[in-house]
Design a protein around this ligand. Structure first.
Ligand code: KMH
Ligand code: ZN
Length: 278
């Protein structure tokens, strides 16, 4: 049985720094978090950045600087979010790839997102995917609902294999409006994935721990971080991303599938070593 790939999603676009002081929003905070999370067992970092007022931004110069700073300071696979915030337009989201990350997220459909809508039209998904293929950026297919799994099959049938040649998905569960974060839904989603795909799962908010345990028991990988949950336990705020990674790492160890180091993660995902070499 291979080890467990742990992705950390440290910031996201939704949490408010004023309400969550431990959220990393500056480049220095992000780099410090990344270092701690690598030491705690993360191999991939899923990155959203903030502006000087700690608001989500897709500013290309900032994204480019962030990719270099993370490469300089860590061995983590740098996966930029192309989802951004629900307010971000298609052009800015496509332009994220120009920051030349190792990898990017690629959401396979529209989903209600609390009181908002996270819009991913079919033409947008196709265009984003085609650009990842042209640029050699390895996509992680973000699946918020079972319909997104069907769209992933359609995408692969239409446009062929991703950069790196391997399909890796992330089940994002428990978003209000998306698929619920429970074991039965996880098993149904995993059964529908393309043959040979690997997958991780993350549960939003209070579904974080149940989804993590279900994923480990079903042979999956893990994503954790303050993008997805800002509570470590009921009534106990997260003090930093590293404690979420450390808990995931401990559970992976108990499951006898210890955390994969970044080099092994690159092999698993088809991310060229040279793209992330320092
Ligand atoms: N912030 C959400 C609207 C991704 O990073 O690709 C979208 C999101 C997905 O977080
Ligand atoms: Zn994200």
């Amino acid at each position: 049985m291979p080890g467990t790939l742990i992705t950390v999603a440290p910031t996201g676009a939704e949490a408010d720094k004023a309400a969550v002081p431990a959220l990393p929003v500056t480049l220095d905070e992000l780099v410090a978090t990344a270092r701690e999370c690598q030491a705690a067992g993360a191999a991939v970092i899923h990155v959203h950045i903030r502006d000087d007022q700690a608001r989500p931004t897709l500013d290309l110069a900032r994204l480019t600087d962030t990719v270099s700073a993370l490469r300089e300071a860590t061995d983590l696979i740098v996966q930029l979010s192309t989802g951004g915030a629900v307010t971000d337009g298609a052009d800015a989201r496509l332009a994220v790839l120009e920051a030349a990350p190792d990898a990017c997220s690629l959401t396979c459909g529209t989903v209600n997102f609390g009181a908002d809508v996270f819009l991913n039209s079919w033409p947008f998904i196709r265009e984003l995917y085609a650009r990842t293929q042209q640029l050699g950026i390895v996509p992680e297919f973000e699946l918020f609902d079972l319909g997104h799994v069907a769209a992933l099959h359609r995408l692969l049938d239409d446009l062929g294999a991703p950069a790196g040649g391997h399909v890796h998905c992330d089940l994002v569960m428990g978003v209000p409006g998306g698929m619920p974060g429970d074991a039965a839904t996880l098993v149904a989603a995993v059964a529908a994935l393309p043959a040979g795909a690997t997958w991780s799962a993350t549960g939003i908010g209070r579904t974080s721990v149940p989804v993590m345990l279900a994923a480990l028991s079903a042979g999956g990988h893990l994503r954790v971080g303050m993008e997805d949950t800002t509570s470590f336990a009921r009534g106990r705020p997260v003090t930093g991303n590293a404690e979420l990674v450390a808990r995931a790492s401990t559970l992976a160890e108990l499951a006898q599938r210890p955390a994969l180091r970044p080099a092994a993660a690159r092999q698993l995902l088809g991310v060229p070593a040279a793209a992330a070499s320092r």
